[in-house]
Design a protein around this ligand. Structure first.
Ligand SMILES: Nc1ncnc2c1ncn2[C@@H]1O[C@H](COP(=O)(O)OP(=O)(O)OP(=O)(O)O)[C@@H](O)[C@H]1O
Ligand SMILES: [Mg+2]
Length: 211
């Protein structure tokens, strides 16, 4: 079993969008854990059009151990955890058990600052565990190459010293897929948005399953 957590302390960078679409690419042997009290992924699944289960499991109180046990008891080849945009018990617990932390970053100065802290948290979690995990993968997210920040985002992200994934562009299809309650491979199969997700999913799968 591979556990993949979508984490960033910055809101609106595409955590939930990537969590749902990565799970869509992994389906059907995947489960998505919605650890965000905003319940974006849970709402996405509401109409029953996602090809995988979404388990609503916010961790707002103190019962970290029970939450970890709930997640570890899920039977799936991959577990994708969508986290809230804040430093809290859910983020700490997910970083303690995941194989791979996926950190979406959109090209703006404010996002980069919050990302610094997220990368530090992942490094701290890795120091506390003695298995070299979690690995980290930074994903340039909602990228618009017409902007200066979007044109040079990879160069900036490589400075964090962690792996950087191929970009996920800003595309209207991602917004509309949410509205339709579908993942991108169902809503716009074969589209550029879907191809980017498929590429990202295969990178994530390899990293999460590697030793
Ligand atoms: N690649 C993309 N292209 C266009 N729009 C996107 C893309 N990714 C996300 N969005 C849009 O950006 C907004 C925020 O995305 P999302 O909810 O996935 O971010 P988040 O990091 O989970 O936010 P939060 O921190 O509030 O949980 C949504 O309206 C979503 O549809
Ligand atoms: Mg979200």
């Amino acid at each position: 079993m591979a556990i993949i957590a979508l984490a960033n302390l910055k809101g609106g960078v595409g955590k939930s969008t990537l969590a749902v679409n990565i799970a869509g690419a992994f389906a059907p042997k995947v489960a998505l854990v919605d650890a965000d009290p905003q319940a974006t992924a849970t709402a996405w699944a509401e109409d029953g059009n996602l090809p995988f289960p979404v388990i609503e499991a916010p961790l707002t109180g103190e019962d970290v151990q029970a939450w970890i046990e709930t997640v570890l008891a899920i039977e799936a080849a991959q577990i994708v955890i969508d986290l809230p945009p804040m430093l809290g018990n859910a983020t700490a617990a997910a970083l303690a058990i995941c194989d791979l932390a996926v950190v979406p970053v959109s090209p703006s100065g404010a996002d980069l600052r919050a990302t610094n802290r997220a990368i530090e948290l992942i490094a701290e979690a890795r120091d506390q565990r003695h298995d070299g995990k979690p690995r980290a993968l930074i994903v340039p997210s909602k990228v618009d190459r017409r902007t200066a920040a979007g044109a040079e985002i990879e160069a900036v992200l490589h400075d964090y010293g962690e792996l950087v994934a191929p970009v996920i562009s800003q595309r209207i299809a991602h917004v509309d897929a949410f509205t339709a309650g579908r993942w991108i491979g169902d809503y716009a199969k074969g589209s550029a948005a879907h191809v980017e997700i498929r590429t990202l999913a295969s990178v994530i799968k390899k990293l999460a399953e590697k030793g």
